[in-house]
Design a protein around this ligand. Structure first.
Ligand code: GLU
Length: 262
């Protein structure tokens, strides 16, 4: 089973921007165990900018592009240092792949990326992917960014032919309403089609259903489902949920990939 797991900054870091050590240690332990059990894993990890903010003691998430780039450059090192150290404790070798939109939009460059990931998987390494935020900038007219890692992780899942994409979020899954505001909100366990009604439910990024940014998650689901890959949104506060998700047990919200595409 080939699984792409995406973790967001809210899972990895405290609001201070400093590493959530307990959380990351638990996550690395479960991922190592899944790998030991025979799954092929690719990790798409955010956290570069957030951790750079912490390491540089910046007052908050930078608004200007050069400071964001600087924070990403510092934080990406910190992120990989942490993963390398923790995964090495379980005898796993990590590899860093940093992408811009151009790397996945141009067929030849995408092929290069796919070749690298496939070879890394053959070598039993764990590819860890992020957007190259130190150089991918979003100026008017010359955008080279994908912009967020929900979409990036779905693109990666498509490139590597994943069976399953798991988005670890700060929310249990997709709800019928915002669970933070509406006590009657119900978790939607399974989605077979992204309907306009679902889109309306998700709202705009970071709004209706909270910081999880459901709109980008639905975009990711659409990309994954179209290439026959299931996608699950699960709560990253409990990394051990990954065991259940990998076994196909009901956890969070599962988007069913189109079987005619397999
Ligand atoms: N690439 C960004 C980072 O590492 C995160 C983007 C996202 O959270 O979606 O900080």
């Amino acid at each position: 089973m080939r699984i792409v797991v995406k973790v967001g900054t809210s899972t990895l870091a405290h609001p201070t921007g400093r590493l959530n050590i307990r959380r990351v240690e638990a996550l690395v332990k479960v991922l190592s165990d899944l790998k030991n059990a025979g799954s092929q894993l690719v990790l798409v990890s955010s956290g570069a900018i957030g951790m750079g903010v912490g390491k540089l003691n910046l007052p908050g998430r930078p608004a200007d592009m050069p400071t964001k780039q600087a924070a990403a450059a510092v934080g990406q090192c910190e992120l990989m240092y942490t993963y390398d150290k923790l995964f090495a404790g379980y005898n796993h070798t990590v590899a860093q792949l940093l992408l811009t939109a151009e790397d996945v939009n141009f067929p030849q460059r995408r092929q290069n990326f796919e070749n690298a990931v496939h070879r890394l998987l053959e070598l039993n390494a764990l590819p860890i992917v992020n957007e190259n935020d130190a150089v991918a900038t979003d100026e008017v007219g010359v955008s080279t960014t994908i912009g967020e890692n929900d979409t990036l992780s779905a693109i990666v899942a498509r490139c590597v032919g994943a069976d399953l994409l798991i988005l670890l979020s700060d929310i249990d899954g997709l709800y019928t309403a915002d669970p933070r505001k509406d006590g009657g909100a119900k978790l939607i366990p399974e989605v077979r089609e992204i309907t306009p009604e679902l889109r309306a439910l998700a709202g705009s990024p970071g709004s209706a259903l909270g910081t999880g940014g459901m709109a980008t998650k639905l975009n990711a689901a659409e990309i994954a489902m179209a290439c026959g890959c299931d996608m699950v949104i699960a709560n990253g506060q409990r990394p051990e949920l990954l065991y259940d998700v990998a076994e196909g047990k009901h956890t969070g919200t599962r988007f069913i990939g189109r079987r005619d595409r397999i």
